[in-house]
Design a binder for this molecule. Sequence first.
Ligand SMILES: Nc1ncnc2c1ncn2[C@@H]1O[C@H](COP(=O)(O)OP(=O)(O)OP(=O)(O)O)[C@@H](O)[C@H]1O
Ligand SMILES: [Mg+2]
Length: 223
Amino acid sequence: MITLSNIKKYYMDGYDRIEVLKGVSFSVREGEMVAIMGRSGSGKSTLINIIGGIISPDEGNVLIDEAYTDYSDERALLKLRREKIGFVFQDFALINKKTVLENITFVVRSKNYKDNKYAKVKQLIKDVGMAEKTDKYPFQLSNGERQRVAIVRALVDNKKVILADEPTGALDSENAEKIINILKKKVKEDDRIAIIVTHDSEVAKHCDKIYYMDYGILKEKAL
Ligand SMILES: Nc1ncnc2c1ncn2[C@@H]1O[C@H](COP(=O)(O)OP(=O)(O)OP(=O)(O)O)[C@@H](O)[C@H]1O
Ligand SMILES: [Mg+2]
């Protein structure tokens, strides 16, 4: 389970203090996939980057699997990200000098996913419709194809928490639907947690809950 308690985040704009998150509290349980919606600049990426240990909150706590995230401990943050968090970044963050397969396998730690020459990884690549592109480099791919590589990378190793920032932003509606169903299946089958930032209400409809970022406060939206 992930629990956020009263998370606040400020940025300085000259002498002005901009409060991006004004006390966000919510929980997500195992087996749940939730959507976070809200206008551009409302703090959605800030929020999932805090959960993923990439940036620190100014106030409040994040509890993941009964452990409070210690934002002052860089090594603990690295360990958290390596072991528990599968991140799909808004800009994909692929490595240009690695192929599709290498971009994914270089994060793999579990024997399960290394077995049989990465058979489980290759299956996931096939599931997202990228089987023919495993040996291509990111520059040879379309944006939507890059996005699918980023999604597979977040799913390998059975990472407990999947944080996805606009994971379908570059995809057509057919592929978006396919990807969201794969994500959902992984969450339900393995009792994982997914938090998905999206502007797409079709994507949000597939989630168990929809939250809306409203002037620094996160509100649950009726489905
Ligand atoms: N490092 C930073 N320094 C100053 N301001 C920042 C910083 N990062 C984000 N902000 C500001 O915080 C606000 C929230 O940014 P954030 O990226 O979380 O928004 P978002 O909801 O993800 O937007 P989008 O939908 O466009 O991706 C924005 O107004 C942004 O300008
Ligand atoms: Mg964002």
